[in-house]
Design a protein around this ligand. Structure first.
Ligand SMILES: O=C(CO)[C@H](O)[C@H](O)COP(=O)(O)O
Length: 229
């Protein structure tokens, strides 16, 4: 199977995974990107089983509407039972790098609200250590150079993603050459820089479940929980 077929397989698996959890009034959180797009298309096949969706980008909202799925503003809903989205990298703790599609801030908001976060990814996204994929950081435009200098102090090589404006009207720096051994600390440290809206590390809100598309089928990974016992 090629990468696209693996994305389709995990998107299909996600619909099967969430279907038993849905009720007529359920709201589904929907991510952004090519894998999420496949998920939206398959989700449309069960649209009678839930109420509607909250989208993490204008692009996903548009695709949901085209598929006949009602789209709600996050402020208009009390609860999101499940959030389904892709990732650029995932490690065994189900910490993620996201934001290749520049939707990281809204993705992190919707993921944080959701009761369960189901990540869907083809096998190329699975890594032992995060950071080979440049870490996206959304910044307030006037702070871009300041934030870039601070990111250099943290050991990264930030590159301005020219021509990209996020749905929130901001800009993106992609931080190269970070070897992220402690994703929890790095996520906090970058978010402390004045001018940063958020960064694409999802460590404080990791995925709960990862459906990973491989040649031998869709694997289900759950986060390794550190236990004091
Ligand atoms: O974080 C994202 C968008 O901001 C996407 O989930 C991530 O970039 C993966 O995209 P794709 O499913 O196209 O490989």
């Amino acid at each position: 199977m090629n990468q696209d077929q693996l994305k389709q397989a995990v998107a299909r698996a996600a619909v099967e995974y969430i279907k038993p959890k849905l009720e007529r009034n359920s709201i589904v959180g929907v991510g952004t990107g090519s894998t999420a797009n496949y998920f939206i298309d398959y989700l449309a096949e069960i649209k009678g089983f839930f109420d509607g969706a909250v989208a993490s980008s204008e692009a996903s909202a548009e695709r949901l509407r085209q598929q006949g799925i009602p789209v709600y503003d996050l402020n208009a809903v009390d609860d999101i039972c499940v959030y389904v989205d892709g990732a650029d990298e995932a490690n065994p703790q189900l910490h993620l790098i996201k934001g290749g599609g520049a939707a990281l801030t809204r993705e992190k908001i919707v993921a944080s609200v959701a009761d369960e976060f189901v990540c869907i990814a083809d096998g190329s996204k699975w890594v032992e250590t995060l950071g080979a994929f440049p870490l996206p950081v959304e910044v307030i435009p006037m702070s871009r150079s300041h934030v870039a200098r601070e990111l250099v102090k943290l050991g990264g090589d930030p590159v301005y993603r020219k021509g990209v404006v996020t749905d929130n009207g901001n800009e993106i720096l992609d931080v190269h050459n970070l070897h992220i051994a402690d994703a929890l600390s790095v996520e906090l440290a970058i978010n402390q820089i004045v001018g940063v809206v958020t960064n694409g590390l999802f460590a404080h809100r990791p995925a709960d479940v990862l459906l990973l598309g491989t040649e031998s089928g869709v694997e289900t990974h759950r986060a390794l929980v550190e236990s004091g016992i």
